[in-house]
Design a protein around this ligand. Structure first.
Ligand SMILES: [Zn+2]
Length: 417
């Protein structure tokens, strides 16, 4: 008897999962291809007309989708009723957590920004409260009703443990891992709303794939280089997470086992040669030894070596800076070549402050890859700078939330964790 109950429960759970997947599929198709008829949805999904009708009925009842009258006449002569997203019937909130800053926005069901804002200064130990207050202020200022909130996404600059939704480590916000409860506080405050947390680079990669590249049918890798090195991988239109949810920890791929000490405990991680502070530090050290060059002159005035000063010296053709920038480009090329050998992905997008170095950097990366890669594909690997703005993480988080609004919550509230 126990077995039968267990089997029944599994069967019901499976049916619910299939239904959620089908709702997601139909909602996303309407969102991308509207106006669209039920007949066309059935044709595209290979689901039966009855199943499509019942799924669409549910979406209409939830006010997420609406009928907009007749479309073009079909061969049978009957004009089908067309369906479209009820754009303003709901919204999602997408947040990017930065060092000492929370920024985020509210987005309608077509992923258009309704309001975006940012607040500076937050106490890490009260991060859950800060995030909740941010959401409440955002809804207040944009006059959005809480009952229409469909989900919240959190883009985090760090490695996430998806077993208990805590942060394991973060290069950008050093002590972020010490707050073990912020996700659960937000999740429990907004009990009926799904809360998605992802590494920020995954959301940026998703935005790049869906929005900038117009959902082209190609896998991509996005490498985000600022204080640290983040990476998001999109395979089959979805964020690739791997077994532990940490796929894309490219910053800690060792490319020189005798290299510099990394914060993670290993030596020669990509981050120790390619991150913006690493490039600045190396160039400053060599300049100080050689006591010459534009960068040396700039930091002699008493200013701490910064990336802006390094860029200035780079414009003035400081040979020390050029050499260090080239070294970083070569290391990045090694990392990309490793990834390409592993995953066979052709489209590589580079984002973050590193892009300020300009064309010379990316050309060097491409040339080095061409030298290293197998002849078969060496010149076919595309490496480009991101074309999206500084709201990429939020935009990607909003789009990802909208594409997953029927996903069940992790269930911490029920488990009492
Ligand atoms: Zn490391």
């Amino acid at each position: 008897m126990i077995h039968r109950h267990t089997n029944d429960r599994i069967k019901i759970a499976n049916q619910q999962l299939i239904k959620q997947n089908n709702l997601t599929l139909v909602f996303n198709l309407i969102n991308r291809l509207e106006p669209i008829s039920r007949v066309k949805l059935a044709r595209l999904t290979h689901l039966s007309p009855t199943t499509i009708s019942s799924l669409v009925e549910e979406l209409i009842e939830e006010k997420l989708v609406m009928e907009i009258g007749a479309g073009e006449t079909t061969s049978s002569g009957r004009k089908p009723i067309m369906l479209k997203i009820n754009q303003n019937s709901g919204f999602v909130i997408s947040i990017e957590l930065k060092a000492g800053k929370i920024s985020g926005g509210a987005y309608d069901l077509k992923c258009n920004e309704i309001l975006r804002k940012s607040v500076t200064g937050h106490d890490l130990s009260a991060l859950g409260d800060h995030l909740i207050r941010f959401c409440e202020i955002l809804m207040d200022e944009s006059k959005l009703k809480k009952e229409n909130l469909l989900g919240i996404s959190l883009g985090i600059p760090g490695v996430i443990n998806f077993n208990d939704y805590t942060v394991v480590s973060s290069t950008v916000i050093e002590r972020l891992h010490t707050n073990k409860t912020f996700y659960k506080e937000v999740d429990q405050f907004y009990k009926d709303v799904p809360i998605l947390m992802e590494n920020e680079s995954c959301f940026a990669a998703y935005a790049e794939h869906i929005i900038a590249r117009n959902n082209k049918d190609e896998d991509i890798i996005l490498i985000d280089i600022n204080e640290g090195v983040g990476c998001g991988i999109i395979i089959d239109d979805n964020i690739y997470k791997g077994a532990f949810g940490i796929a894309g920890e490219l910053g800690h791929m060792v490319i020189d086992m005798h290299g510099r000490q990394c914060e993670c405990g290993n030596r020669g991680c990509l981050e120790t040669s390619v991150s913006v502070p690493a490039i600045v530090q190396r160039a400053a050290e060599v300049s100080a030894r050689q006591k010459s060059g534009a960068f040396y002159d700039l930091i002699q005035t008493g200013d701490a070596p910064t990336f802006d000063l390094l860029l200035k010296a780079f414009q003035e053709d400081d040979p020390v800076v050029i050499e260090n920038v080239n070294y970083a480009a070569d290391c990045l090329a090694v990392g990309i070549n490793n990834l390409v050998n592993l995953l066979d992905i052709r489209q590589i997008i580079i984002s973050g402050d590193i892009t300020k170095i300009g064309d010379l950097f990316i050309h060097r990366v491409k040339d080095k890859i061409k030298q290293m890669a197998f002849e078969l594909y060496g010149d076919k690997i595309e490496v480009n700078y991101s074309t999206l703005g500084n709201d990429t993480v939020e935009l990607g988080g909003a789009r990802y939330m909208l594409d997953n609004i029927f996903e069940p919550k992790p269930g911490f509230a029920e488990q009492g964790i």
